[in-house]
Write a protein that binds this ligand. Sequence first.
Ligand code: SF4
Ligand code: SF4
Length: 117
Amino acid sequence: MKNLKQILLGKKMKQEFSIKDGIMTVDESSCDGCGLCIDTCPQSAISMITLSADDVKNLSFKGRLKVRIKGNQKAMINPDVCTSCGLCIKQCHAFAVHTVETQKQTFSSYGKEELVA
Ligand code: SF4
Ligand code: SF4
């Protein structure tokens, strides 16, 4: 049976291996607004945002609970500046930073005519 350290390490590795061609994004339900990733980012691509009451309503139960305990400040990554280096993933104790693959979506969004041209 896996111990907690193995489970956490496995989760970290899974996140790191998932850095491919996607953009980095923060899961607002997991982020607790600690701000540690901001200092880590070499590109200054991360800033803090404050969720509105409506934004909070749309979070998962876990996310709403986190807002009650830790507040409504969340990290946000600027995809225009981020180089997907992955440092913020290593820094985040809440496993809140993920990648969203975009290249496949972009490719499949081309029309057949555009690909042939
Ligand atoms: S993404 Fe992680 S490290 Fe950054 S503010 Fe949120 S919890 Fe903290
Ligand atoms: S992946 Fe690197 S560049 Fe992008 S937000 Fe995280 S630390 Fe900054």
